[in-house]
Ligand binder design. Sequence first.
Ligand code: IMP
Ligand code: MG
Length: 175
Amino acid sequence: MADKISIMYTEEEVDKRIAELGAQITKEFAGKEITMVCILKGAAAFACELAKRIELPVEMEYMRCSSYGNETESSGVVKIDLDLDRPIRGKNILVVEDIIDTGRTMNYLIDILKDRGPAEVKLCALLDKPDRRVVDVSIDYTGFVIPDEFIVGYGLDYAQKYRNLPYIGIVEVEE
Ligand code: IMP
Ligand code: MG
């Protein structure tokens, strides 16, 4: 059955915002090399577009984690399913995530990365849903601050669907 999806941000709006983030990151990391840590699967589309808009050397690294919990809320117990394949000591890390919801996943992950001795760890999230926050997460670069709605597209999924939509939408599940 087809779900109804209404557009929240068009492809043009998302691309324009990503270009702005890329310009800001280029300015603030000037003179440095960036090691981008893309959190799979949701941040893959965003990380690719963002990397193209950063005019500095960028290494692309990937991590995948899952958090135990029910279908709609993470528990904060995060398991690393795919880890980085090289050390990050002394590196300038830019973690790229699709959405910060309760904040539990990122709160845990950033601590793990900081323990590995990088020069710095900054966080860039395409979307921020502050109404749902349970633990504090400091987001250095935010694409859009959004209300408490379930979002799909631009990498975000609903039951593994809709990651390939070129826009950000709200899914209205058909009963
Ligand atoms: P947190 O630990 O609650 O912040 O979990 C964030 C993770 O939950 C994100 O990386 C997404 O995978 C998922 N998530 C949270 N909200 C949404 C949404 O609206 N659409 C799709 N996935 C979401
Ligand atoms: Mg995710």
